[in-house]
Structures are given as structure tokens and as C-alpha cells.
Design a protein around this ligand. Structure first.
Ligand code: PMV
Length: 356
């Protein structure tokens, strides 16, 4: 017996950040968060459960993203690379959760492809685990509501729950696992804003976000952030629902800096060495943040946010995206030979099943 399905999900960008876990084994967050799905950053994943397989087999597609995974021929396609590393283990652990719900022990062949480069500062774990959850649930004919899917995706990777609903999404912090779910705040067409992701480096970060989450509460500023968050969440919700770009941008920047202030002051040590904190920025990151202030002073409505890496996300109303793109290109080329990659996103759709 065999059963398969393919699903697509988009990465998301947090406006109010998930930073710190109340329960690491369940990925229960210390605070609620709000995000937008990214239209140009998606993962497509196909899952085929097969009784004849002795173990799960995970294949990653390298190279330009295919339109559909049906184009790839297993196991002969050169673009497919079988992996047995940490990612494959994470996939198996997550499929075990779905297998247990479906009362089956069938193993699966998983093929996954990202539309965006790895190490670009856009987490493929969110889109990847959301697509995997939906594809596996469909293949196993589990009848789950969107809310239940978000809870399951969260178990695989915290922020993955926000990639299940479409558009602007809120993830709620809660004590019980079934209450910490994500739900749509507004659909993608509600507000035409653009996220221009400026990828200044492809080097992988030194400190994984899982480590950052673990250390967050060691920062002396952590309590203050927790106290401020309920008001910030409320203000961000309102700014999105009322399409108030100025308030949105001001909360966005102060929140990004608050998260990085926590990271910078978290008690971090590694390799028998003491570090004063976790630095996710590179010099070019700061150069862009300073440029944002100048561009804004010159009348361009643009605000930034940053996740756990040096990529700078620039947010502006859609009608200013070309002007902003030109400003970024001219800053990049002010240093000879320097190339920054840009990824332009609009509010993106939610996770969906794909015909093979
Ligand atoms: O879901 P994780 O464990 O990859 O953590 C995501 C952390 C941030 O991207 C920095 C913030 C967020 O809310 O997405």
C-alpha cells in the first residue's frame, strides 16, 4: 500500500518576533508573534508513504526550483540529493507525530525543493515544516482543521505554524499545546506592502536560532521586553488592520532592535570561550540600517526588520518598491565589486496542496 501528496508553503517574516521558548520540547513560545508570508520564498514538498520502505528517505532538490515535483524522477534525477543528516532526522521525528495520529508505521519517501537560496537569511524551516505537515497529513488522510495543522507544524519548527494560514498571521502563546496555534489576521490582498530582502552574505550563522531562543531569558533586558509585548502586539495588530504604515514601521523597527538587544546581551559561551553576546549582524547590515534612516529622512517610507541573521528586510508600500530597489542597488555599488542579492516579496498565500 502507498499514499502520497504534495504541498507548497511560503516562508514568513516576523514583525513581532518569537524569541524564547516556554517549553523547548513542544516549541511553546514565551510570547505571541505576528508575521507576513513571503510570496517569493516557498518550499514544495512531496511525501509518499510506502509499506515496502524500511526507513524514511529524504531527498533535497538542488538547483533552480522546479514548477512541480512531478518533474523530478526518483531516484535518478541528478538534481536530487539524498540526505541523512540533522534535517532528515528532523523530518523523521516530525513524520512520527503524524504517523502516530494515523496509527501507521509506514515509512515515507520525501522530496523537497526551496524556491530561494539556502543561507539567505530566510528560514526554510518554516516553509519546509509547514509544507511537510500539510503533505503528510493529506497523504495519511488525516482530517485536520487549519488550527490543528498549525499546532502540528509548530511542533516541527516553531515559526512554521505561521506559514499555514495565508497573508498576515498571528501565533498565540499559551500554556497548553493545543492552544498555541496560528490564525490569519488579514488576507494577503488586504495590504499591498513589499518586503525587499537584502541578502548581504550567504555564510551560515554561527549561532543557531534554537540556541538564541534558549539563552533569551538570560538577558537583563528580557523581562522588560516581556512587559512591553502585550501592548506591542496590540499596536501591531491595529496598524496592520488599519493599514497604518507609519505606526507599523515604528513598531517594526523598535521590535527588531529589542530582539537583537536580547540576543546581544544573552550569556553566550562556546568552544571554551566567553562571548559578550550573540551578534547576528555584519558591518553591511548596519550600513543598511543607517541608510534606511537617510532614505526615510529624504521622504521614502521604508522601515527595516531583521531575523536571526545579517539579511536586512526592508518594508515599504508597494508603490515605492522600485525606488527603494534603485536606492539599494546604488548603495551596493558604492563599493566596487560588491553584490547584494535582492528578493522582493508581497504578502504571500498560505500552505496548499499541489497536484502532482
Ligand atoms: O522558528 P525558529 O526556531 O527558526 O525561530 C525563528 C526566530 C526568528 O526568525 C528570529 C523570529 C520569528 O518569529 O520568526
Amino acid at each position: 500500500m502507498s499514499a502520497s501528496a504534495t504541498a507548497k508553503a511560503h516562508a514568513n517574516l516576523a514583525f513581532i518576533k518569537y524569541w524564547g521558548k516556554a517549553d523547548p520540547s513542544l516549541n511553546l513560545p514565551l510570547n505571541g508573534s505576528i508575521s507576513m508570508n513571503l510570496s517569493a520564498a516557498s518550499t514544495i514538498t512531496s511525501v509518499s508513504f510506502d509499506e515496502s520502505l524500511p526507513s524514511d528517505q529524504v531527498y533535497i532538490h538542488r538547483g533552480p526550483a522546479p514548477e512541480s515535483l512531478g518533474q523530478l524522477v526518483l531516484p535518478l534525477d541528478d538534481s536530487l540529493e539524498q540526505t541523512a543528516g540533522a534535517f532528515a532526522q528532523r523530518v523523521t521525528k516530525h513524520l512520527d507525530r503524524l504517523r502516530s495520529l494515523a496509527h501507521t508505521r509506514m515509512r515515507a519517501r520525501i522530496v523537497t525543493a526551496n524556491s530561494f537560496p539556502a543561507g539567505a537569511g530566510i528560514a526554510s524551516s518554516a516553509s519546509g515544516l509547514a509544507a511537510l505537515t500539510l503533505a503528510a497529513a493529506a497523504a495519511l488522510k488525516l482530517s485536520l482543521s487549519e488550527r490543528e495543522l498549525t499546532v502540528l507544524a509548530r511542533r516541527g519548527s516553531g515559526s512554521a505554524c505561521r506559514s499555514i494560514p495565508a497573508g498576515f498571521v498571528e501565533w498565540y502563546a499559551a500554556v497548553r499545546s493545543e492552544d498555541s496555534y496560528a490564525a490569519q489576521l488579514a488576507p494577503p490582498e488586504h495590504w499591498p506592502i513589499v518586503d525587499l530582502a537584502v541578502i548581504v552574505s550567504h555564510a551560515s550563522k554561527k549561532v543557531a536560532s534554537s540556541e538564541g531562543h534558549e539563552l533569551a531569558a538570560t538577558s537583563p533586558f528580557w523581562k522588560t521586553r516581556q512587559l512591553e509585548l502585550p501592548d506591542k502586539l496590540k499596536a501591531m495588530r491595529r496598524a496592520i488592520l488599519e493599514c497604518d504604515f507609519t505606526s507599523f514601521g515604528q513598531i517594526l523597527e523598535s521590535e527588531a532592535l529589542a530582539m537583537h538587544a536580547i540576543a546581544l546581551t544573552s550569556a553566550y559561551s562556546a568552544d571554551n570561550s566567553w562571548y559578550s553576546g550573540i551578534y547576528y549582524w555584519l558591518p553591511e547590515t548596519l550600513e543598511l540600517l543607517l541608510a534606511v534612516q537617510e532614505w526615510r529622512a529624504a521622504g521614502l517610507p521604508v522601515y527595516f526588520t531583521l531575523d536571526a541573521g545579517p539579511t536586512v528586510h526592508l518594508l515599504c508600500p508597494a508603490e515605492y518598491a522600485d525606488t527603494l530597489g534603485d536606492a539599494v542597488h546604488s548603495l551596493a555599488s558604492s563599493v566596487e565589486g560588491r553584490r547584494w542579492e535582492l528578493l522582493r516579496n508581497m504578502p504571500g498565500p498560505g500552505a496548499s496542496l499541489v497536484d502532482r
